[in-house]
Design a binder for this molecule. Structure first.
Ligand code: ZN
Length: 134
C-alpha cells in the first residue's frame, strides 16, 4: 500500500467561517484554500500543518454524507486520509485483504487528488481515505 504520511484529517463542521476563525485566530494556522466538492455536497477549507493538512468539511445539503454525519454525531473528526502512491491500486489491495470499500475505484476529490474510502466497519471504526496524486 506504501503509505507515506497522513495526507489530511477531515473534520466535519457546522459552519466553515466560524471554524476558520478558530483555526486561524486561536491556532494561528492559515487557510490556503476553500473549495466546493459538488458531488460530495461539501465545502472544504484547508490548512497545512507540516506535511499534513486539516480539511474542514461543511455540508451544502442535509442529505449529503457530512450533513448526515453531523445530524448523527455532531461536529468532530470525520475521517483520516493516508497518502499512497496510487489510490486505485491501494483500494484494490485493501479489498484483496478483506476490507469493505466505500469506493470500488478512486474518484476525484478536493485538490484534484484521486481518492477512495474504506468502510469503517472494516477499519476498526475509523472512516479511512486513501489518496494519491496519480
Ligand atoms: Zn478527505
Amino acid at each position: 500500500m506504501n503509505i507515506s504520511h497522513i495526507e489530511h484529517i477531515g473534520i466535519a463542521v457546522n459552519n466553515l467561517e466560524e471554524s476558520i476563525k478558530y483555526y486561524e485566530g486561536v491556532l494561528g494556522l492559515k487557510c490556503y484554500s476553500i473549495e466546493e466538492v459538488v458531488d460530495q455536497k461539501v465545502k472544504t477549507a484547508f490548512f497545512m500543518v507540516g506535511d499534513t493538512k486539516i480539511e474542514l468539511l461543511e455540508s451544502t445539503s442535509p442529505d449529503g454524507p457530512i450533513g448526515k454525519f453531523i445530524e448523527k454525531k455532531g461536529q468532530g473528526i470525520h475521517h483520516l486520509a493516508f497518502a499512497v502512491d496510487n489510490a486505485t491500486e491501494a483500494l484494490k489491495l485493501a479489498e484483496e485483504r478483506g476490507v469493505a470499500l466505500v469506493d470500488k475505484v478512486s474518484r476525484k476529490g478536493a485538490e484534484g487528488l484521486n481518492i477512495g474510502f474504506l468502510h469503517p466497519k472494516s477499519t476498526q471504526g475509523v472512516l479511512t481515505e486513501l489518496c494519491s496524486k496519480k
